[in-house]
Write a protein that binds this ligand. Structure first.
Ligand code: CU
Length: 141
């Protein structure tokens, strides 16, 4: 009888340990995936930010629909835009409502980025096709 009880106790102990290990593993995987998400966000090195709430008029008053509104870059360098808003936006060359046809990001999803190289000197005006008040410039020197 005592032998049976001891055997049962050992089996029960091993079972609890195995279950515990599974739970521990599951937890550490959860933590790892969270870390990966954070890292992905940090990797995007944006030069121009499309900030939150610019899908409503008002950002044009302080000229903060794209930040910075007039970025200066060296010839041959690229500019990366990052949409930090929860709405779609675009980076489209020209003035609303006439795209010049030089470049167009199309609709950028939230947290989507768009990179464009600038190989020629000039002042490049651009706007958002969805929000006429959103406009800015890239100046290539
Ligand atoms: Cu927009």
């Amino acid at each position: 009888m005592i032998k049976k009880i001891i055997t049962l106790t050992i089996i029960l102990g091993i079972s609890i340990s195995v279950i515990g290990l599974f739970l521990f593993d599951y937890d550490s995987e959860e933590i790892n995936s969270e870390e990966t998400k954070t890292t992905v966000k940090e990797i995007i090195k944006a030069d121009v930010i499309i900030p939150i709430k610019v899908s409503r008029p008002g950002c044009d008053i302080e000229d903060i629909c794209y930040i910075p509104p007039n970025i200066v870059v060296e010839k041959g360098k690229s500019v990366t835009w990052l949409n930090e808003d929860s709405s779609f936006h675009s980076v489209t060359s020209g003035f609303y409502p006439e795209p010049s046809g030089l470049f167009d990001s199309g609709h950028l999803d939230p947290y989507q980025s768009y990179t464009l190289p600038f190989d020629e000197y000039g002042v490049y005006d651009y706007f958002c096709t969805l929000h006429p008040w959103m406009k800015a410039q890239v100046i290539v020197e």
